[in-house]
Design a protein around this ligand. Structure first.
Ligand SMILES: [Zn+2]
Length: 318
């Protein structure tokens, strides 16, 4: 365990090789992550402690992108307090590496790191000069948030203050991403730079800066986790509004026109029915008239016939 901790360079990126007596299994980080999550917490911690710091950092690769995405989403929804974020980033990133005795004073290297990498001493004009290890100069450019002027108004919806807030957020995020991307690649030679060789100072330094990076990812992951539920709620609300708008804009007008068309059809069919009824009535009336006429004619004829028969009979009797 300590062997791995003190040798951060002994890693195989993105692959974990498990030696089982005579067989070797190569498995991807995703597979390991998916299965570790199912284990009890104690076991999970035990496993994490056995993994190299580089491997653990690699396991958080997807988390890093997710954290940055959530930060921007939370700002868009005006849920993020940028000033609080700035304070946290300063605390979990910069403070591990550099500190200041007073505000606006120069940054000084934190003693635990300075302990591993002492200043380089050299003779110049018979005088002993010393300079800090160049890696600190590089670190200073990475872990410090670029200067943000004025106060940050994270809640405003007005154009210029929100532009300023977004600029501030971008500066903070640039510090975060630089730290997460660059620091795991910084490796000083293993061994000791002290005059008395007293251990593996270089590797200790390499491990320490990676561990700080790892911790900052975990802390910021916790920081953004509180936005998860409100962001989801907002997304659902937005979806509902979008559906309502769709309903109003395209379904209701369609309903109206459909209703109108139906009404017109109903009216037309009612008219048709009325016309047909009228026609039928006319036909019936005509038929009735004809029948009456026929009956009358028949009656007249019958009367005439009867009269004729009567006259004939009377003539016969004379
Ligand atoms: Zn040393």
């Amino acid at each position: 365990m300590n062997f791995f901790k003190s040798n951060p360079r002994l890693t195989i990126p993105n692959k974990l090789i498990i030696n089982k007596s005579n067989m070797t299994t190569v498995t991807t980080i995703d597979k390991v992550c998916a299965n570790i999550g199912r284990l009890p917490l104690e076991l999970r911690h035990a496993i994490f402690n056995c993994l190299t710091i580089d491997f653990r950092l690699e396991m958080l690769q997807a988390k890093k992108a997710q954290i940055i995405r959530t930060l921007f989403q939370a700002y868009t929804e005006r849920l993020l307090n940028i000033t609080a974020l700035k304070r946290i980033v300063d605390k979990v990133i910069r403070c591990n590496f550099f500190y200041r005795k007073e505000p606006n004073a120069d940054y000084l290297i934190q003693p635990p790191l300075k302990k591993w990498l002492p200043p380089l001493e050299f003779k110049q004009m018979d005088e002993i000069s010393s300079t800090e290890h160049p890696v600190f100069k590089a670190l200073l450019k990475i872990v410090i948030i670029p200067k943000i002027h004025g106060t940050i108004n994270s809640k405003t919806l007005r154009r210029w203050p929100s532009q300023h807030a977004l600029d501030a957020l971008t500066k903070i995020v640039s510090c975060i991403t630089k730290t997460w991307d660059i620091i795991p690649t910084i490796t000083v030679p293993s061994g000791c730079l002290h005059q008395k060789n007293h251990g593996n100072c270089g590797d200790n330094f390499n491990y320490r800066i990676r561990k700080y990076t790892f911790n900052s990812i975990c802390i910021l992951n916790k920081f953004v986790s509180k936005f998860k539920v409100p962001l989801e709620e907002r997304a659902v609300k937005k979806l509902k509004i979008a559906h309502m708008r769709y309903f109003k804009r395209s379904i209701i007008p369609k309903m109206r026109s459909t209703y109108r068309v139906m009404q017109r059809k109903l009216k037309l069919s009612a008219k048709k029915v009325a016309q047909e009824t009228k026609l039928a009535a006319k036909v019936a009336k005509a038929a009735a008239t004809k029948a009456r006429k026929d009956a009358k004619a028949a009656a007249t004829k019958a009367k005439k016939d009867a009269k004729a028969v009567d006259t004939k009979a009377r003539k016969k009797n004379y």
